[in-house]
Design a protein around this ligand. Sequence first.
Ligand code: MOS
Length: 695
Amino acid sequence: MTTAAIPYVGSTMDRIEGPEKVTGRARYAFEHSPQDLAYAVPVPATIARGEVRSIDIDAVVQLPGVIAAIWHGNAPRLSTPENAELAVLQSPRVAYRGQYIAVVVAETLQDAREAARRLRVEYDAEPHDVELRVDHPGMYRPDQVNPFYPTDTEMGDPDSAFAAAPIVVDATYSTPAEHNNPMEPHATVALWDGDGLTLYDSTQGASTIRDTLAPLFGLPPENLRVISPHVGGGFGSKINPMPSVVVAALAAKQVGRPVKLSVTRQQMFAVTGYRTPTIQRVRLGADADGRLTTIVHEAFEQSSRIYEFAEQTTTPTRVMYAAPNRRTSHRLVRLDVPTPTYMRAPGEAPGMFALESAMDELAVAGKIDPVELRIRNEPAADPESGLPFSSRNLVACLREGARRFGWADRDPAPGVRRRGRWLIGTGVASSTYPTYRRPSQASARCDPDGMFTVRIAASDIGTGARTALTQIAADTLRTSPGRVRVEIGDSAMPSAIMAGGSMGTASWGTAVVRACQSLAEELDRRYGEVPAAGLETSADTTEEIDAQQRFSRHAFGAQFAEVAVDSDSGETRVLRLLGGFAAGRIINPKTARSQFIGGMTMGLSMALLEESIMDDEFGDYLNHDFAQYHIAACADVRDIDAFWIEEDDPHLNPMGSKGVGEIGIVGTAAAVANAVYHATGVRIRDLPITLDKLV
Ligand code: MOS
């Protein structure tokens, strides 16, 4: 397919469901209210490790409006899931503080809350261990890291090369736990009809929820329907089912009525996942010209006792820069903590904070401009796999970014630019994110009203995916977007990969193109015949994706930051952020730009604010609300902009697109930290950059 044939892809289009959303007609999971509805409120454990000895169920079922109180002593039995987080109310064990140990179902939300609050629970508490340390005796080497990467890689002799290098950096960086906080919390309305279960659920993937939960409840997949046309964000925490959706389904089964459940904001800090804290040691060695001879990146992180989630923290280091000697590794310790999950650019975001901070330290040590240092270490092919890049335009992003940002006359001396009390500095960092694509199915149909209907169990979590798919379908059908209805967010539609890994639009778009191509061909073949209405085609992209050529496929970018640091208080403000990205063809400039600057905003938030604070003695994260867990707000974001380098990459998918959802957060925190160093001469290696670390 040539560019000329696809006029809508590449042009700005407003979100199709925008009017529905701003007028309140778009209905989210919690807004569904079937007849005879009851409300469920889960009860979190108040110990970090041990067993539930008893729960006084009888006392609360007497309370007004209470229908049932469910705990492991009376809960319906579930099949054993692969992820033990989903074996909700199946055993007396408590694996972390906040884990659900009971659920109260009542006629109203107020009744359920009050009864849940009054539930008396007795525990046999055991000593807990929640402290992530590099020398933890439980530290081990997982078999692989998410989703299927080797745990460790090694080439050449990185240690000897480091010992011999004239310019070196050896530094340890740390990033805190951060909690995914989409605007819409996890919510479910569960409805049983005999052996059929319907879930209105806030999820990033209806097909994934169906496929994971059906076996848990002993159902054939076709008996479980997941409906989620509108989702208010997820950032990775709604990729896999969380305990809340299981509790809702289980409670509805127990009481024989539809049940509604929303995770509270406070509970989101325990049961919906988070970004693992990391400790990372980076060693870089370079020759006198700044050419890297060795790169060593070691990550230490945590998972829970009940499930191994191994974040792929050092995987970006495997593709970024040329160096003949290199090593990356991941080590994990299982603690009495909730299970971490995906959070926007899991791996890349914390990993590139460490690598790109270390690159800045190398630039300082070698007295080389940090933009030039990165350009000098540009590899000709993927440095570890040896595969050719399908396209790689990091250098173009760095050069064009430097030009637009006004980098050219930068004085590298730290701590010398003042504007009144404020110290001013600038910093740069690279970004990268892998370009994935997974099999999906789609259908396309001619309707009697002259419209085309395209169906796929895709998920629009606020990204604009529905709109992008409409543009893609319109181009393939050689019609206008106004004549295409894209229906998504229902597991009864053709199965699709979830909205995650920045691969939604690439994966779904491929299936939509193939289904629409078949329909267009069929219509051409039948030209002149009537009627076309009812004609339907479908596509499954498994074979196409399995057969694709091997390439190293990644998006790249460059982030530039200007900061001001108050020389008395250490208060840091990001004055300017500019991101330049090379992410294939941009399908919709308006929604893509929102993804880029949204990711960058989350990166700013990671740099300066976000931090879940573990209290070792209490055994839990202490900050459980927005008063204490800070997220960048409008006033924190001043001048922010993104641009892109158009790529024409034929090795990706029919649209030529790479993902745009995650790369915007990658590198931002390092660019800010590097700018803070330039402003103050103080190197902050531990996020977030709070004023106590600067004064
Ligand atoms: Mo993203 S963390 O893969 O939703």
